[in-house]
Design a protein around this ligand. Structure first.
Ligand code: GLV
Length: 338
């Protein structure tokens, strides 16, 4: 039986690629930047499985032009880069890597909370610009996290890990989420809130919702107008959750105090984006899950999901489980001799 053909869209940390090589014929895109759309379509057309990243658009065009393709293993907890409807229509299984990045992403979120509340980036910039003239009782005053209200939107793995840290720092934590988690409310002493009341009351609003058609521009002018003038917006989830031009207007008019965003729309953020002219915004290049250990774990989980699927098994982290039966039919006996 010929070895299954797998395309990996970038060099990955840790042992994931070596692991895949035990199970398949593997081609790896070795450039720093992702393959262009046409290249990706061509590679997908030659593959039984792809290990993709959030920078790869797995769209209807690619899926309908890849008759061999049976598995897309996305190395991310989010999967908004994959057209799930088109994948299911083409009987392609899609998997993701939740859980393994929650703690690391939450640590980074808290780093952004500190960076904004204590004006760390502004402070560093003022030293570099020669503006540090003296210790001053009124210089770069910030706000304390202890006693402040943290409003978390989206209570999945990352939202929960942020809530735990917020509580450990002495913050009051409110959350809004599609699913209410009463046990967690009791355990962490956090409270459920309506979306509107969370925006009105939080000192820090932190986004942890997936990007879907419903959550696109979840935060726009109306929502920013509800926030306190002293409030800070943190986004380590997905750029399009926020209407970026509304954010620019709110920050430049000091309708809210500050923002820290690890994700933007588009990515990468062009260096001439107006947001980058403002002192009260911190922008980082989508690195919330970027620790060596976590990225290696994400890569290995993506590789494991892919190999399980090659063995005809339904991985735990399958997104479109609804096609399991047809998909099993499709791959039966194709990659394994069983
Ligand atoms: C990162 O942004 C992820 O979704 O894993």
């Amino acid at each position: 039986m010929p070895r299954p053909s797998v395309f990996v869209t970038r060099l990955l940390p840790g042992g994931a690629i070596e692991f895949l090589k035990h199970h398949a014929a593997v081609r790896v895109w070795r450039e720093e930047e992702p393959p262009l759309a046409e290249e990706l379509v061509q590679q997908a057309a030659r593959s039984d499985a792809i290990l993709s990243l959030l920078t790869d658009r797995i769209d209807a065009n690619l899926l309908s032009n890849s008759p061999r393709l049976a598995i897309v293993s996305n190395m991310a907890t989010g999967f908004d880069n994959v057209d799930i409807g088109a994948a299911s229509a083409n009987n392609v299984l899609v998997t993701r890597t939740p859980g393994v990045l929650s703690e690391t992403t939450a640590e980074f979120t808290i780093a952004l909370l500190f960076a904004t509340s204590r004006r760390i980036v502004e402070g560093d910039r003022s030293v570099r610009n020669g503006q540090w003239k003296t210790w001053g009782p009124n210089v770069l005053l910030g706000v304390d996290l202890a006693g402040a209200t943290l409003g978390i939107i989206g209570m999945g793995g990352v939202g929960e890990a942020v809530a735990r840290r917020g509580r450990a720092l002495g913050m009051r934590v409110k959350y809004y989420s599609r699913t209410r988690k009463r046990d967690l409310e009791k355990e962490l002493r956090i409270s459920y809130s309506s979306f509107t009341s969370l925006l009105e009351r939080a000192d820090f609003v932190s986004l942890h919702a997936p990007l879907t058609a419903e959550t696109k521009h979840l935060i726009g002018k109306a929502e920013l107008d509800l926030m306190k003038p002293s409030a800070v917006l943190i986004n380590t989830a997905r750029g399009p959750l926020v209407n970026q031009s509304a954010l620019y207007t709110a920050l430049s008019r000091q309708r809210i105090a500050a923002a820290a965003i690890d994700v933007s729309d588009p990515e990468p953020m062009p260096p001439d984006d107006p947001l980058l002219t403002l002192p009260n915004v911190i922008v980082t290049p989508h690195i919330a899950s970027a620790s060596t250990a976590t990225r290696s774990r994400m890569a290995m989980l993506a590789a494991e999901n892919l190999v399980q699927a090659l063995q005809g098994k339904l991985p735990k982290h399958t997104v479109n489980r609804n096609i399991a039966r047809q998909w099993r039919e499709r791959v039966r006996g194709r990659f394994t001799s069983s």
